[in-house]
Design a protein around this ligand. Structure first.
Ligand code: HEC
Length: 106
C-alpha cells in the first residue's frame, strides 16, 4: 500500500513538473519577440511580420532556428527597410522549438 501511494505521488509529481517545465512558445514570444515583431506577430516599423511570413511558413526548423539564435545583422540583413537587425537570442533548444511552433501557428 505504501509503495503504491508513493508510486502515485511520484507519477503526479512528474506529471506536474512536465507541465511546469515545458517551454511555452506563446509566453516566450510575448516576453522576447513581441516588442519588435508586434504583440500578435503582425510586425512593427522595427521588424517584419512573422504572421503569414513565407520564411516562417516554409522555412525548416533549422533555418528558422539559425536566424533566431544567430540573429541577422549587418550584411546578413534581408530587409533594408527595417532600421535595425535581428539581435541574436539566447534560448534553450526547447525554447527555440516552442517559439518556432508558435510563430508557425500564427
Ligand atoms: C530588437 C528587435 C527584435 C527582437 C527582440 C526580435 N527580432 Fe526577429 N527580427 C528583427 C528584425 C529587424 C528582423 C529582420 C532582419 C533582416 O533585415 O533580415 C527580424 C527577423 C526575424 C526572422 C526572419 C524573418 C524573415 O522574413 O526572414 C525571424 C524568424 C525572427 N526575426 C524571429 C524572432 C523571434 C522568434 C524572436 C524572439 C525570440 C525575435 N525575432 C526577436 C528584430 C527583432
Amino acid at each position: 500500500m505504501r509503495n503504491k501511494l508513493w508510486a502515485a505521488f511520484v507519477a503526479i509529481a512528474i506529471g506536474f513538473s512536465g507541465v511546469a517545465f515545458a517551454a511555452d512558445g506563446g509566453k516566450i514570444f510575448k516576453s522576447k519577440c513581441s516588442a519588435c515583431h508586434g504583440p500578435t506577430g503582425g510586425g512593427t516599423p522595427m521588424a517584419p511580420a512573422l504572421k503569414g511570413n513565407d520564411f516562417v511558413k516554409n522555412g525548416s526548423m533549422d533555418e528558422i532556428k539559425s536566424v533566431i539564435l544567430n540573429g541577422r545583422e549587418g550584411s546578413a540583413k534581408k530587409y533594408p527597410k527595417f532600421p535595425i537587425g535581428m539581435p541574436k537570442q539566447s534560448l534553450s533548444d526547447d525554447e527555440v522549438k516552442a517559439v518556432i511552433d508558435y510563430i508557425k501557428s500564427l
